[in-house]
Design a binder for this molecule. Structure first.
Ligand code: FES
Length: 181
């Protein structure tokens, strides 16, 4: 799995390929927000512009491409900044949280973080544990069972005696919903 090396915190965190950077950081108890974001943030909708991270030196494919929100909101920010809530992690990378607050010896911190090899990690979701794999036959069976018009599906919809929508005399179902009162 990709490894996110959080430079400020000195912490390596594994995540699944495609996971949202903000969600991984929050899950790991990493402080993503400065004061403004702590007082109020949008919860990951790309509206508050407080979840900045600096991904200096990251490979182009390490994160998903800039979203339209980032294109607009990061115009006046350094090119290596991203909004954590908009970025999906695909490969291992270094991440500096709260770059707007500064970091003493920033260059030294990045150099230290780069000094240890960053495991690339597999870039695919791990296989499910043995016994939890769903076969094609299982999926096909499930689809047929639930298919409209199938016996099981029709069984669920079979009219019940006295049910609304049934004519007491004809026994016909299918009256419009508005008439089923
Ligand atoms: S959490 Fe609000 S923009 Fe990312």
């Amino acid at each position: 799995m990709p490894v996110i090396r959080f430079v400020r915190e000195g912490l390596d965190v594994e995540c699944y390929p495609g996971e949202n950077l903000r969600e991984v950081a929050l899950r790991e108890g990493i402080e993503l927000y400065g004061l403004k974001g702590k007082l109020g943030n949008c919860g990951g909708c790309g509206q508050c512009i407080t979840c900045f991270v600096d991904v200096e030196g990251a490979a182009p494919a390490a994160l998903s491409p800039l979203t339209a929100v980032e294109e607009q909101k990061l115009r006046r920010r350094p090119q290596t900044w991203r909004l954590a809530c908009q970025a999906l992690v695909e490969q291992s990378l270094l991440v500096l949280t709260r770059p707007q607050t500064g970091l003493a010896d920033r260059e030294a911190a990045f150099a230290e973080a780069r000094g240890h090899e960053l495991p690339a990690g597999p870039t695919a979701w791990p296989a499910p544990p043995p016994g939890e794999e769903e076969s094609d036959d299982d999926r096909a069976d499930g689809q047929l069972d639930d298919a409209p018009g199938s016996e099981s599906a029709m069984g669920d919809l079979a009219p019940q005696p006295g049910a609304p929508g049934l004519s007491a005399t004809s026994g016909e179902a299918g009256a419009p919903a508005a008439d089923r009162r």
